[in-house]
Design a binder for this molecule. Structure first.
Ligand code: FKS
Ligand code: ZN
Length: 343
């Protein structure tokens, strides 16, 4: 399968992140994508191609227009305000506060457009966000053009980003944008299978009341795991979308056997939905050595994931999301892809 990759991700570097009681170097760092790319090459997965540039109309099919217009303005406004270092939100319009009046300061707007402190900007961030979006749409076009599968090596990731908010390292929801793009180009139904360790709250929010995108999420139980405020099993969709959002929260320590039981159930529901295309939100932070996660999958488990997805027999777009054990991130992510190719 072809991989779509852009070196422009690397400008999104040197971020800082708030973890419990300290500000530490960000886990979502450029070496993640470089280790994956190196493994794509050494495993000879297939050609690596650059993205085609797209305008932002496909992003605005998913995200609120003012939110997308805000993203490129952050860093210039941050500098113009005389701030130093990483641009990071610090105040959020939660219950009891008004969330409908955007303030006029960039540091406050960061909070207006986010749900946590986890989506931060440095100088190259917007260019990286845009390249990640272009990567996803370019890989989507390969699948629409008839390829059995394609790998969008997106960075930054996307599944925590909602219609008008960022967070959890995510800005534009690449998988959601690709799903809408397929629908706008003739597909009737899309399934998004999110295997990242963290619940894809943005993807869920975006499609919650829709029947044309089925969203299946396997993740750490939000009672005890980030993003905490969404991802419970009783969230099944609303209105026309009732029954098309399916969550599999799992406890700390979940190993392959238990995780695979959820995958099997998800694949059965996916097959019954009979989508035209499957989009896999591919996170490998389910790995036993992941520094911020609590599942216990091992490297030989990842090809089994790919193999099971291939058995669905549907055109498949893989969109990279999380994974922070950088030494093994390439082995695990590309393991899914070679498993899909049955080798
Ligand atoms: C660590 C606190 C958790 C935020 C974790 C964000 C996870 C992001 C991700 C994505 F795919 F989006 F990258 N901090 N002690 O892996 O879900
Ligand atoms: Zn994750």
């Amino acid at each position: 399968m072809k991989t779509v990759y852009s070196p422009l991700h690397a400008g999104h570097a040197g971020q800082m992140e708030l973890v419990t009681s300290a500000i530490v170097p960000g886990f979502e760092k450029p070496s993640r994508a470089e280790f994956i790319k190196a493994r794509v090459e050494s495993e000879k997965l297939g050609p690596i191609i650059g993205p085609v540039e797209h305008d932002l109309s496909a992003a605005k099919r998913i995200h609120r227009s003012d939110y997308i217009d805000f993203l490129p303005t952050v860093w210039p406004a941050w500098k113009a305000a005389g701030f130093e270092g990483t641009a990071m939100p610090f105040t959020w319009p939660t219950r009891g506060l008004r969330g409908d009046v955007p303030p006029k300061r960039v540091d406050a707007l960061l909070g207006y457009y986010s749900f946590d402190a986890g989506a931060t900007f440095v100088e190259g961030t917007w260019t990286a966000i845009k390249s990640s979006y272009d990567v996803a749409l370019t890989a989507a076009a390969l699948v629409k053009g008839g390829e059995r599968s394609a790998f969008a090596l997106c960075r930054p990731p996307g599944h925590h980003a909602g219609a008008a908010f960022m967070g959890g390292y995510c800005f534009i929801n690449n998988a959601a944008v690709a799903a809408q793009w397929f629908l706008d180009h003739g597909a009737r139904r899309i399934s998004i299978l999110d295997v990242d360790y963290h619940h894809g709250n943005g993807t869920q929010e975006i499609f919650y009341d829709r029947a044309d995108v089925q969203v299946l999420n396997l993740h750490g139980d939000p009672m005890v795991e980030y993003p905490f405020f969404l991802g419970h099993a009783d969230e099944r969709g609303a209105g026309e979308g009732e029954g098309f959002n399916i969550n599999y929260p799992m406890p700390f320590g979940t190993n392959w056997d238990a995780w695979n039981a959820s995958l099997e159930d998800a694949c059965a529901k996916l097959a019954a939905y009979a989508p035209d295309i499957v989009i896999v939100s591919l996170g490998v932070d389910t790995f036993e050595k992941d520094p911020i996660s609590q599942f216990k999958l091992k490297s030989p488990d990842y090809p089994k994931i790919g193999h099971r997805i291939a058995k669905l027999g549907l055109p498949t777009l893989f969109v990279m999301e999380g994974g922070y054990a950088v030494e093994e991130i390439g082995i695990n992510a590309v393991g899914v892809l070679t498993g899909f190719e049955d080798r």
